[in-house]
Design a protein around this ligand. Structure first.
Ligand code: F0G
Length: 465
């Protein structure tokens, strides 16, 4: 007998369907809304008339179990996603779990960034330290395991690069065939190389990310492919687990703020779900605020947030932070609910602000890709607006590894990233910061005297800054 462990509930109209429904159309037929995965223990789920409410261990037993699994040699215990499988029972057969030992990512402190922004305590949860270099691995292990469990042979996604890298890797591990749709010319080379390396059929469409989504949405109605974009609610089940890890790493002390970059807007929603579930289950006594930061050139959520009528209007997206170059985000409603319900804020940041924030995070020895740096750029605004107080504890979610987009970093340090017009708009205080952070490579003759001379003048220069 198959035990149904979960259902899918439409986040717009509340219609519930069975978690066994096997198809790739992750939209409610009544209202076109997206689904959330719900469990017998989720908030607002009708309890059975008789029998136990749910068979979950209590809060302290769960904490102990999750910690204990870290010492196990079993792959699903070593995964920082499946270690928490009690709260994501989505795969009927644990042998079908496809894992690259994702999760268990570091929580770094950023003392110099904290000082620069005027707060006491700043941490970065570095999701770029996942196997394919981005937070997408946590969601992909979950949704791809469901695909394998349900017997799909083909999987596909539209992507700005990181989802495709993660999907290609996990599909290869599972022996499934994968198709990647990416916008031609608008993704970082490192990411493109990953999907080829992992053996995906890589299709560069002559359109943007939003155009790729349109084509794939049509394709899944005509071909038996399992859709692995973040409209697939199982992705969010994996992506909620960093919330569990952050609390574990902070010995269950809840930080005041989590700051997340916003593109297609599933990640903020997933983390919100994770914190809310822990609160509902009594693992924590309150939830943090979740704020979402967008790039100025790809800011539909920010516009919605600032609009007194609260209308979502897609935009034509453009930013050098190509991972979040998205104008029509699928999960905007879920993310908006998280901001509203958890008391967060939404901000936008310019190309200059992203470049500076990325260099500041890099200078702490941590590094991240441009889309992740919007978090620190946005935090500066949250502090200036009084939304974050100096004594409050903040966690930035760094979503991608610095090597994902090394061209951006090289262009920045060589002074070739921003246009003259963009440079002219930078304040004199930030100009000084940029000048102290830029480290262009120096080309010298292979002569010790020349090198020594260059070192001496470099030391003189840096002493005066
Ligand atoms: N940061 C990075 C590094 C990303 O790759 C993405 C999304 C985001 C932030 C935004 O997350 O979409 O959940 O709001 N990248 C997707 C992709 C769209 O295809 O790799 P989101």
């Amino acid at each position: 007998m198959k035990v149904v462990t979960h259902n899918l509930r439409c986040t717009e109209c509340g219609t519930v369907i069975s978690g066994d429904a096997v198809n790739s159309i992750f939209r409610c037929p009544q209202c076109n809304g997206l689904y959330d995965v719900i469990y017998p223990w989720s908030a607002n789920v009708a309890r059975p008339a008789s029998g136990p409410e749910h068979n979950l261990p209590n809060a302290s037993a769960l904490r102990w179990l999750w910690q204990e699994r870290r010492t196990s040699t079993m792959p699903i215990d070593q995964s920082g996603v499946w270690r928490f499988r009690d709260l994501l029972p989505i795969v009927s057969n644990p042998d079908k779990v496809v894992t690259l030992r994702e999760g268990n990512t570091p929580l770094y402190d950023l003392p110099r960034c904290a000082k620069a922004v005027g707060i006491d305590w700043l941490l970065a949860k570095h999701q770029g330290m996942n196997p394919t270099g981005s937070f997408k691995d946590t969601g992909m292990t979950a949704a791809l395991s469901v695909a394998a469990d349900r017997g799909f042979e083909w999987v596909a996604c539209a992507s700005t690069g990181n989802t495709s890298a993660a999907m290609a890797a996990y599909a290869a591990r599972a022996g499934l065939r994968s198709i990647v749709f990416i916008p031609e010319g608008k993704i970082a080379w490192g990411k493109l190389s990953q999907s080829m390396d992992y053996g995906a059929l890589t299709i560069q469409l002559k359109t943007d990310f939003d155009g790729c989504v349109r084509i794939l949405t049509e394709l899944v109605t005509r071909f038996p492919i399992y859709l692995l974009n973040s409209v697939n609610p199982y992705r969010l089940e994996g992506q909620k687990t960093p919330a569990f890890e952050i609390l574990e790493q902070l010995e269950w002390q809840v930080p005041e703020h989590i700051v997340v970059p916003g593109g297609n807007l599933a990640n903020g929603a997933a983390l919100g779900k994770g914190f809310n579930e822990m609160h509902h289950l009594g693992l924590i006594s309150r939830v943090p605020k979740i704020s979402i930061i967008q790039a100025e050139g790809a800011n539909p959520l920010y516009r919605w947030f600032m609009d007194s009528n609260r209308i979502m209007r897609p935009v034509k997206a453009d930013t050098r932070a190509t991972a979040i170059r998205i104008g029509n985000p699928a999960s905007w409603r879920k993310a908006a609910n998280v901001i509203d319900a958890m008391g967060g804020w939404c901000e936008q940041v310019s190309e200059q602000e992203i470049a500076l924030a990325k260099a500041q995070i890099g200078a702490e020895g941590v590094g991240c890709e441009p889309a992740s740096a919007v978090t620190f750029a946005g935090l500066k605004k949250l502090v200036a607006l009084g939304k974050v107080k100096p004594e409050e504890r903040v966690v930035l979610i760094l979503t991608g590894h610095t090597l994902k987009d090394s061209q951006y970093t090289i262009d920045y340090h060589r002074g070739e990233l921003l246009t003259e017009e963009e440079n002219a708009q930078i304040s004199s205080a930030d100009q000084i910061l940029h000048a102290s952070l830029r480290k262009p490579p120096v080309v010298l003759d292979a002569d010790p005297d020349v090198v020594l001379h260059a070192l001496e003048s470099h030391m003189k220069m840096t002493q005066t800054v």
